[in-house]
Design a protein. Structure first.
Length: 214
């Protein structure tokens, strides 16, 4: 009798086990926190590099976080924080939310520092551009002075050439006048010598006539 009851219980247990419904993918409740961040006017690439990536780094420090998914679009970033299933570990959602808020504040501080640094960089760039413009103005003024000096040099060279030509012309005129004066002096000397020889007999005749007077 005992054997029959035992066999019956075993068979009943096997049949009951086989009749139990089996689910290959049981439903598991994963705690999830959704985070949305706006960045008006920013492109998806800018949102991903300046918002999504820094937030993901900060969120990874939250205890119990299992998975992070993010989606960046025009002017907006959406992040989903999935924590471990409740059946494995007990997740403190309040601590997770506090960690989320702390991560967002840390990213905000980093963004504010980056904005301040960018503003300072823009100021330095503006100063450098002002120095560059001043140097360009000095360069343009120097080029203008060089061009004016070149024009003055060319003018002086032209004037010097004209002056040299005038001096050469005066020298030639002076030489011509000297030759003419020398020729005139030779003519005068010749005429004087001719006149002296022509008047010499008359001078002698007058001297004789003076000697014949009583």
């Amino acid at each position: 009798m005992t054997v029959v009851l035992t066999v019956s219980a075993v068979l009943f247990g096997v049949l009951a086990y086989m009749a139990l419904p089996v689910n290959d993918l049981p439903a598991v409740d994963y705690p999830v926190i959704q985070v949305n961040v706006g960045y008006p006017g920013a492109s998806p690439e800018t949102v991903a590099s300046t918002i999504a990536t820094p937030l993901e780094r900060q969120f990874m420090q939250i205890n119990g976080l299992q998975l992070i998914t993010s989606k960046s679009s025009q002017g907006n970033c959406s992040l989903t924080l999935q924590f471990e299933a409740a059946g494995r570990h007990v997740v403190d959602l309040e601590a997770a939310i506090a960690g989320r808020d702390a991560s967002i504040q840390a990213v905000n501080a980093q963004a504010a520092a980056a904005v301040a640094e960018a503003a300072a960089a823009r100021g330095e760039v503006a100063e450098l551009e002002a120095v560059r413009d001043a140097l360009r103005s000095e360069r343009d003024a120097a080029r203008k002075d060089v061009l004016e000096a070149a024009r003055a040099r060319d003018g002086a060279t032209t004037a010097l050439g004209s002056a040299r030509q005038a001096v050469d012309a005066l020298r030639e005129e002076n030489a011509r006048l000297e030759r003419a004066i020398a020729a005139q002096e030779r003519i005068i000397e010749y005429r004087q010598s001719v006149r002296w020889w022509l008047t010499l007999p008359w001078i002698r005749l007058r001297a004789r006539l003076r000697g014949l007077r009583p």
